[in-house]
Design a protein around this ligand. Structure first.
Ligand SMILES: NC(=O)c1ccc[n+]([C@@H]2O[C@H](COP(=O)([O-])OP(=O)(O)OC[C@H]3O[C@@H](n4cnc5c(N)ncnc54)[C@H](O)[C@@H]3O)[C@@H](O)[C@H]2O)c1
Length: 293
């Protein structure tokens, strides 16, 4: 049997790290969370608290549960504070160099038996595992956004991932009340291999002038019954993350059909990264989102 996971470390307190902290703490697990940006770390706790408060208002959790959950999340400044963790989940920026640097700095602070996971959307688990001192205890645990709402978690083994690591990760996801699907270690796994080319194509449709932001999103919501338009979804994911995933697909599969749309590149270069930057295909700075094209 694998390790019984009770204490979780999280690196990266952005959209995903905060969501992972929320569901783990709500399930009774102890959470330690780190970000290199202290403002992001502070905002993360406020975001989790706000989302828990909404659950209290909806009646899905009690006020006591909210208080106990938030008390189980401890922000930490240093990887040395991850000593007691049974698993550390990396949920930092979708950039292989950033992730590799995190793993090299993180591993010396961990007990030998501690598992390490990545929430990467697309990058090779085998390659990331190779930048740790424990590839056999390394695995891809790909949560979906927003974590408290989305049911699915993709599990991806690297070439060296051992069975007890896989079993412990599967049991951990089960404890969170989520459903596991298993993907082989191919660029962008299952969900993003299918979803991101669709989003990229929606951006090409905008780029080529086939339709406006509003027409494209309305077309896909009402014509294909998607709950969100693809451009709205791109803003929600983060345009930097969308671009990184397309680059991983393009380079990893060496097929021109995955070429990132130049308009996506331009938005990222402008710092228009979607909701988290308050501007992307929509401008979120006012009361209602306004299409930017
Ligand atoms: N956004 C999504 O819809 C989604 C869904 C599933 C998986 N993911 C994956 O989750 C990861 C995080 O995505 P996100 O949307 O939360 O991004 P984000 O931009 O909201 O957050 C990333 C965080 O990582 C922090 N960070 C960067 N380098 C760091 C370092 N060296 N040490 C500590 N913290 C560091 C940043 O300060 C930031 O707070 C990415 O790998 C992404 O591909 C994203």
């Amino acid at each position: 049997m694998g390790i019984d996971i009770k204490t979780i470390g999280i690196v990266g307190a952005g959209q995903m790290g905060s969501g992972i902290a929320h569901v783990c703490a709500l399930s009774g697990l102890s959470v330690r969370i780190n970000d290199r940006d202290t403002d992001r770390l502070r905002n993360s706790l406020a975001t989790v608290n706000g989302n828990l408060q909404r659950q209290v208002v909806k009646g899905t959790i009690s006020e006591d549960e909210r208080r106990a959950t938030i008390e189980r999340i401890v922000p930490v400044d240093s990887f040395d504070d991850f000593g007691p963790c049974d698993i550390v989940i990396e949920a930092a920026t979708e950039d292989e160099v950033v992730k590799r640097q995190i793993f090299s700095a993180l591993c010396p602070s961990l007990r030998p038996e501690t598992m390490v996971a990545t929430n990467t959307s697309s990058i090779s688990i085998t390659r990331l595992a190779a930048s740790t001192d424990r590839p056999e205890r390394f695995i891809g645990i790909h949560f979906m956004n927003p974590v408290p709402i989305m049911q699915l978690v993709e599990l991806i083994r690297g070439i060296a991932t051992e069975d007890p690591t896989y079993e412990a990760a599967k049991a951990f996801i089960g404890k969170l009340g989520k459903t596991v699907t298993v993907s082989e270690d191919f660029p962008a796994f299952i969900v993003n291999r299918i979803l991101l080319p669709m989003i990229n194509e929606a951006i090409y449709t905008l780029y080529e002038g086939v339709g406006s932001v509003d027409s494209i999103d309305t077309a896909m919501k009402l014509g294909a019954n998607h709950p969100m338009g693809p451009l709205q979804l791109a803003d929600f994911i983060g345009l930097d993350t969308c671009l990184s995933i397309m680059q991983v697909l393009y380079e990893g599969l060496a097929d021109s059909k995955y070429r990132p749309c130049p308009l996506l590149v331009k938005y990222v270069e402008a710092g228009w990264l979607g909701r988290k930057a308050k501007r992307g295909f929509y401008d979120y700075r006012g009361d209602v989102p306004v299409p930017t094209r």
